[in-house]
Design a protein around this ligand. Structure first.
Ligand code: T1G
Length: 693
């Protein structure tokens, strides 16, 4: 069936795009649009044209999958020009999301009508691109340079009401969209076309561009596309429309071919593929979840409760300790109020959430919970005690989830008589903000419980990644290898601030030493104390253990790897730590030496890659891209590098293997014996992205 069709309603030609799931501008849609607009143009009866979409949304952009294929005609800028050139007024009728090329098509139409709930945006920067079908030249003409830069550099979409205010759309309707569009067509039939290309770009102070430049240097350090968006908009102030469009096209091509855009496009599809779990299909029923209980009112418990309330669930927060419960409940109220203050939650929704929020100390109150999320102290004995009690009080069919970040989910499940109902739901701190949810499938976890966890993660606005059960699952297991190398490099003479600077320059959101201080060195210390399977190596995490034993827990004690001024979170190098490390290195017989930046990056990042390969070998992860999603969304791995295993593919697995072999020679097989999978891929010139694709 043709994805684009034309139907006449009286004297109005209605062109409908129907290309599920999101009406992306694939080659056949572009072809169909040209054909239908040619037909409407030639039709003598037609006095106006309405462009509308079937399904859940207006055009959500170019077809991203086509960017890795040779470009095929008609090219999108030509489609856009064709629409704008129509001699009869064209109305875009927008519902759902008008994004990227979809908004560019709408801006080529002469009038724009939006459904009240519609959202409009140019999110190309999130894909390492810029609006490449005249968007950088049209949007400044419609809404002014400052607002246009803001939309294109943030990539965030705006509401229909906000779009009306800025002039991005002309009308907003709460009624039936097609009848509203047909009404509008009658109103403008006599007015004729009104072309955005003919509008002038209102000049602005240079300060507007300086501000944007500063924003890029602060928020998009090292990224390719934002600079080019700025340049394209700057050109719009100096060139005429067609010259501007030609320059935009050039800049777009540069972005499209950039490794950063390829990494970001990989991340886009990797996040969507994570929801596709082998053995699970759309028919696998998820259990009904309306009321959720959260056991443990600490920082994580309160964050999880807030997230569930904001998603519309009824929530009962439970803690045996009265003071802890009161603190946790207060934290939930504060987090919701913070959401209102940041404009993320509407006041009425916050009030409704508080209506659905209960706090209590009695386990028996959990008897009606559909889902219980345990978020108590990271200690096996304590967690098993909680699950034994839940097993007694919870109704049949309740899903029992643990928020453990490292412990054996199967051992926890064995504390109950219903391991099929037990699953790991590993939230990341702060739980109401971090988008990643590691869903840990135990040996006994039933498929419908996995399906229930995935539907919960969608409703919470999370990216749920299903992983197997092992120490640290995917994220924290890999963190151990990454952190191990950081710890060894400290003993070998690299200062904490030097390592952190090198890795943040490389793209990590934060350096491992600043992260350790944020999470609390005591947390990692306690987990290592519980572990029975640590390497027999006195250097292993020795610096972190030493600081924790000295009470230097990090930000919470004002001293950790760094020192912190009262009330400040800014990490300040502490010569005292340097001296402690030097003494400890001497005691352990670790000679001090100059460590180069390349070695720091390779040891930390290849540590991630080798552990990622072992995780695939162990079947703890279905596919390599799931591991990328975990590290991009949970550990601040630079999104534009696509994730640790995608990054390995970009530099060549054979190169990684060669360097790992060198490290094995230099540092020994205990940490650097190459996993069989890495050797195999290197020898067969294979890619991690082929694993489980
Ligand atoms: N191209 C191809 N496939 C797409 C797609 C796109 N633009 N958008 C979504 N999909 C697929 C997605 O992979 C998934 O597939 C299914 O649709 C549902 O998506 C020249 C250069 C629209 C807000 O960046 O933000 O235009 O996994 O799970 O949560 O200037 O999709 O089912 O097989 O995300 O309801 C600019 C990208 C492109 C928007 C819907 N546009 N899409 O969210 O569903 S570049 C974008 C989204 C461009 C021009 C430039 C979201 C959504 P599958 P989903 P959702």
């Amino acid at each position: 069936m043709d994805p684009v069709s034309l139907q006449r309603h009286g004297t109005v030609s209605v062109i409908t795009v129907d290309n599920p799931p999101v009406n992306a501008l694939s080659q056949s849609v572009r072809r169909g649009l040209i054909d239908c607009f040619d037909e409407a143009e030639l039709d003598a009866v037609t006095s106006a044209v309405v462009l509308i979409c079937a399904g859940r949304t207006f055009i959500a952009g170019a077809d991203i999958r086509e960017f890795d294929l040779p470009a095929r005609e008609p090219h999108l800028p030509d489609v856009v020009s064709r629409i704008e050139a129509t001699a009869k007024p064209v109305i875009a009728a927008i519902h759902g999301t008008a994004l990227g090329g979809g908004l560019e098509v709408a801006m080529a139409c002469h009038y724009r009508l939006a459904d009240r709930d519609a959202r409009l945006g140019l999110p190309e920067v999130k894909l390492g691109l810029l609006p490449g079908a005249t968007g950088t030249q049209r949007l400044p003409r419609l809404i002014g340079i400052e607002r246009a830069l803001d939309m294109m550099l943030s990539g965030e979409s705006v509401t229909a009401d906000a779009a009306l205010e800025t002039g991005l759309v002309d009308r907003v309707t709460g009624k039936d969209l097609l009848s509203g569009a047909l009404e509008y067509a009658e109103d403008v039939a006599a007015l004729g076309p009104r072309r955005v290309r003919d509008l002038v770009v209102e000049p602005v102070e240079g300060a507007v561009f300086d501000k944007a430049e500063t924003r890029i240097s602060q928020k998009a350090r090292g990224q390719f596309a934002p600079e080019r968006i700025l340049r394209a908009v700057e050109l719009a102030t100096r060139l005429d429309f067609d010259e501007g469009v030609a320059a935009e096209r050039q800049l777009f091509q540069e972005c499209k071919e950039s490794p950063q855009s390829q990494g970001l496009r990989h991340a886009f599809f990797a996040e969507r593929n994570a929801a596709k779990v082998p053995g699970l299909d759309r028919e696998t029923p998820a259990r009904k979840v309306e009321n959720i209980a959260v056991v443990g009112a600490g920082t994580m418990g309160a964050g999880i409760a807030c997230n569930c309330l904001a998603a519309g669930y009824a929530v009962r927060l439970m803690d045996k300790d009265e003071a802890a419960l009161a603190r946790g409940a207060e934290t939930v109220r504060k987090l919701l109020a913070g959401g209102v203050a940041r404009g993320k939650i509407a006041e009425r929704d916050r009030d409704a959430s508080l209506q659905r929020f209960h706090a209590g100390q009695d386990f028996r109150d959990l008897s009606e919970a559909d889902l219980v999320i345990e978020a108590v102290f990271e200690n096996m004995t304590i967690k098993k005690g909680v699950f034994a009690q839940l097993d007694k009080v919870c109704k049949a069919g309740a899903v029992l989830a643990t928020n453990t970040s490292t412990l054996d989910v199967d051992e926890i499940a064995r504390a109950t008589s219903r391991p099929e109902d037990v699953i790991g739901l590993h939230f990341f701190s702060p739980a109401h903000i971090m988008r990643l949810l590691e869903i840990v499938r135990g040996a006994g976890t039933s498929l419908d419980v996995v399906a229930t966890a995935l539907s919960l993660s969608r409703k919470l606005g999370k990216i749920g990644v299903v992983v197997g059960n092992c120490f640290g699952f995917v994220g924290n297991r890999m963190l151990y290898s990454y952190g191990r190398e950081n710890q060894l490099l400290l003993l070998e003479g690299a200062a904490p601030e030097y390592i952190d600077r090198v890795l943040t320059d490389w793209g990590m959101a934060m350096g491992p030493n600043a992260v350790g201080d944020l999470a609390g060195l005591d947390v990692g210390y306690r987990i290592r104390q519980e572990r029975k399977d640590l390497p027999d190596d006195p250097r292993f995490y020795r610096v972190a253990d030493m600081l924790a034993e000295l009470g230097r827990f990090g930000q919470k004690t004002g001293k950790g790897m760094y020192r912190y001024e009262e009330g400040s979170r800014e990490p300040l190098p502490d010569p005292e730590v340097q001296a402690l490390i030097r003494d400890e290195a001497k005691r352990l017989g670790v000679p001090e030496r100059k460590v180069g930046e390349k070695e720091i990056v390779e040891r930390c990042i290849y540590g991630l890659i080798t552990e990622g390969a072992r995780i695939l070998e162990d079947g703890i992860s279905h596919r390599a891209s799931d591991i990328d999603v975990v590290w991009i969304n949970g550990y601040g791995f630079p999104r534009y590098r696509g994730g640790p295993l995608y990054f390995a593919d970009t530099i060549g697995v054979a190169d990684v293997y060669r360097t790992v072999r060198e490290f094995e020679q230099r540092f020994g097989p205990e940490y650097w014996k190459p996993p069989e999978l890495l050797r195999k891929l290197a020898e067969e010139n294979g890619h991690f992205s082929d694993i489980g694709a």
